[in-house]
Design a protein around this ligand. Structure first.
Ligand code: UD1
Length: 364
């Protein structure tokens, strides 16, 4: 069978890497499966893209569609047009998309319009927040996908409610956690750790890139000021996403903040693993902190990953900087919940996916 794997933006790379490694493994065992890796080029910076390929041993993509930045419609349209051409030239049995970025949705549409099967890894999760472009990407992708490799029973439930039969749903766990577990012994101390005299469990990590937190400079300033005032003598390491850079430049921060460019995967996970806590609006980091049992305060109104709150170390603090104070105070009081790990977030998800793909396509 022929699979086309799609990766477009930073959070896709750690989800696709273990699937590629597993396919290569079963190829060596004589299984008839081949893949083409398509990078849409949605993320193109060294720090948001290439460094992940190098660190996670992802092979060079067979093709890079080089779509780059643009409005949502421009980016989506460019990916669709270029991916359609790729599929006509190299028609697979199935296109496998991961996550919820614009590339995920755009490539699913192009594939289905050519009557090619689509499998969605991380299908079925829902924030119910239609202001998030990612929620629209999830809904559109899942409305047309043929198979779903899901991270939770709740995701399966959502998909059933939307009319998908059980035969399309495979609760397999979380490929992002496969990557986390596979790299735990390869983590790299970032240079900034010693340069700033950081001590384990004596600093925080902050990541912010959602429009609701970063697009308004006043809002971002208020948020960071509240954090600074409540965080006692903890230092605050803040790797800054390109989207956040513009408004951060307008804000004067104290020397408690250690501002840096986006970090490589191995350096970032090292930093999180040794931190006291993480403040974030990312999706994937909520999952990684739950597995590493690091307290996580998520600055969002909702999450498509509720098991990180009900089972894990995560809490939702909303997006109103005036209301963050009690959450931060609770964090620094040291009385945080311990948390458990959701079912199948065990580092063995990719073998489950590849096994299932081989089973589905063996009879076709
Ligand atoms: C995208 C994903 C989001 C994911 C995030 C992780 C969508 C809708 N959003 O958001 O789900 O959590 O990636 O990083 O797909 N830019 C660069 N270099 C790059 C890429 C982008 O400088 O390599 C700049 C762009 O010019 C743009 C900004 O960063 O101004 C935002 O990029 P964009 O891809 O639109 O969305 P993200 O916020 O990165």
């Amino acid at each position: 069978m022929k699979v086309t794997l799609v990766a477009g933006a930073r959070p896709n790379f750690m989800k696709i890497a273990p699937i590629i490694h597993e396919i290569k493994k079963v190829q060596k065992q004589g299984k008839k499966i081949s893949f083409r890796l398509v990078h849409t080029g949605q993320h193109y910076d060294e720090k948001l893209s290439h460094s992940f390929f190098k660190q996670l041993n992802i092979p060079e993509p067979d093709v890079n569609l080089e779509v780059g930045s643009g409005s949502h419609a421009e980016q989506t349209a460019n990916i669709m047009t270029r991916f359609e051409k790729e599929l006509i030239e190299n028609r697979p049995d199935i296109v496998l998309v991961v996550g919820d970025v614009n590339s995920t949705m755009a490539c699913s549409i192009s594939a289905k319009k050519l009557n090619i099967d689509v499998a969605h890894v991380e299908g079925g999760i829902r924030s119910r927040d239609m202001e998030m472009p990612e929620e629209i990407n999830r809904l559109v992708t899942d409305s047309i996908a043929d198979y779903f490799f899901t991270t939770s029973e709740l995701a399966n439930k959502n998909l059933r409610k939307e009319g998908h039969g059980n035969h399309k749903l495979f609760l397999v766990g979380n490929t992002m956690i496969d990557t986390l577990k596979a790299n735990m012994n390869r983590l790299k101390k970032p240079a900034l750790f010693d340069e700033n005299n950081l001590k384990p469990k004596k600093y925080l990590v902050v990541t912010l890139h959602r429009p609701s937190n970063v697009d308004d400079a006043e809002n971002l300033k208020m948020l960071l000021n509240t954090l600074e005032e409540t965080s006692k003598d903890y230092k605050i390491v803040f790797p800054v996403h390109p989207r956040t850079q513009k408004n951060l430049k307008k804000i004067k921060l104290s020397d408690k903040f250690i501002i840096t460019d986006p970090l490589g995967y191995l350096e970032f996970v090292y930093l999180v693993k040794n931190s006291f806590a993480v403040i974030t609006d990312s999706g994937g980091i909520q999952e990684e902190t739950t597995v590493m049992k690091i307290p996580c305060v998520t600055l969002r109104k909702n999450t498509e990953r509720p098991e990180t709150v009900t089972e894990g170390t995560n809490i939702l603090a909303g997006i109103d900087p005036y209301k963050f104070r009690p959450h931060f105070q609770k964090l620094f009081s040291g009385k945080w919940k311990k948390g458990g790990v959701p079912k199948f977030w065990d580092g063995k998800t990719s073998p489950r996916i590849v096994k299932q793909l081989l089973k589905i396509y063996s009879g076709k």
